[in-house]
Design a protein around this ligand. Sequence first.
Ligand code: GTP
Ligand code: MG
Length: 355
Amino acid sequence: MQIGIIGLPQSGKTTIFHALAGGEKATSAYSSGRLDIHTAITSVPDERVDILSKMFKPRKTIYAKVTYADIAGLDKGISKKGLPGPFVNLLGQMDAFVLVIRAFDDPSVPHDGPIDPAADLATLDTEFLLNDMGAVERRYEKIVESIGKGGKDRDLALKEKGLFEKLKAHLDQEQPLRDMELTPEEFQMTRGYGFLSIKPVLIIINIGDEGTPPTLEYPHQKSALVALRGRLEREIAELSPEDAPLFMEEYGIKELSRSRVIGLSYDLLGLQSFFTVGEDEVRAWTVKRGATAVEAAGEIHTDLAKGFIRAEVVAYPDLIELGGLEQAKHKGKFRLEGKEYIVKDGDIVHIRHNM
Ligand SMILES: Nc1nc2c(ncn2[C@@H]2O[C@H](COP(=O)(O)OP(=O)(O)OP(=O)(O)O)[C@@H](O)[C@H]2O)c(=O)[nH]1
Ligand SMILES: [Mg+2]
């Protein structure tokens, strides 16, 4: 899962990228002209993993991961020129976006005109909509053309035509595609066209050191809005674990927004964790909400999905309450589930297999 961090120039993208990455090394993933991307693989903080790790004392403890990509390359004045093609192509590869909106005022950091978070948010949102309108129209013309020529899969083409008419009508109302209720089949049909407004978005308002959050709203599906003190959070995230608490106390910060923001992006993507436990390792794995036991097995290893016999499952709260796997077994809280079992967030899973 890859989340692209975007925003207007000098809004604090790189700062927030480092705040989220928390000391994790950034790798240069792509660079061409003004386009420049760095990625960092970040652990998803999860206190359940910490607690399981205390319980099993494994050699390794592994958290779920999410990748953040710091995408630079938007010039000022994009609303006049539109999003550059190569930039759009890269955005199309992301699973979701973090949109960084500048709310801090600092004369030493240039900004196009006065600081106006609502206007900046509207600028970016409009660019996404315009991009998608263009993409929908181009595809729609092609579909109509192919139906006219009597192409071979007429039923599919008609279905697609109907869907694209719906998408177009929705975009004409200036509403992002993420608000649409699409069937899984329809959603599948939208893939491959690089629609941007269909992807989940987390809006981070960079309020600066002392800033109070501006009143901003973004009343849309698959979206969330948080305020964050970008520069401060970055500084703290890069301190050693010993120094960080002192610094936080000095600035009156009780809790870093980092874990909340990472958790939010995980939720926005419709993801959940299940765990495997043992002496060797305690590990969080990521699956989509609604994933089946055999899909979860496949996440661990394709062989486990192929040779799947049963999943042994215990719910996290049961395991914690009863104090261990053996105790859970005695109390009958250890269930045997088949391939189609829908995995719950926090399930502790062991896959029985014949490989
Ligand atoms: N005062 C203040 N400055 C900040 C804050 N966050 C970022 N900055 C500064 O703003 C400038 C731009 O921050 P970056 O994180 O580089 O912003 P960016 O969006 O990555 O910039 P580009 O990639 O050049 O578009 C830097 O000098 C940061 O130190 C903040 O919370 N307060
Ligand atoms: Mg940057």
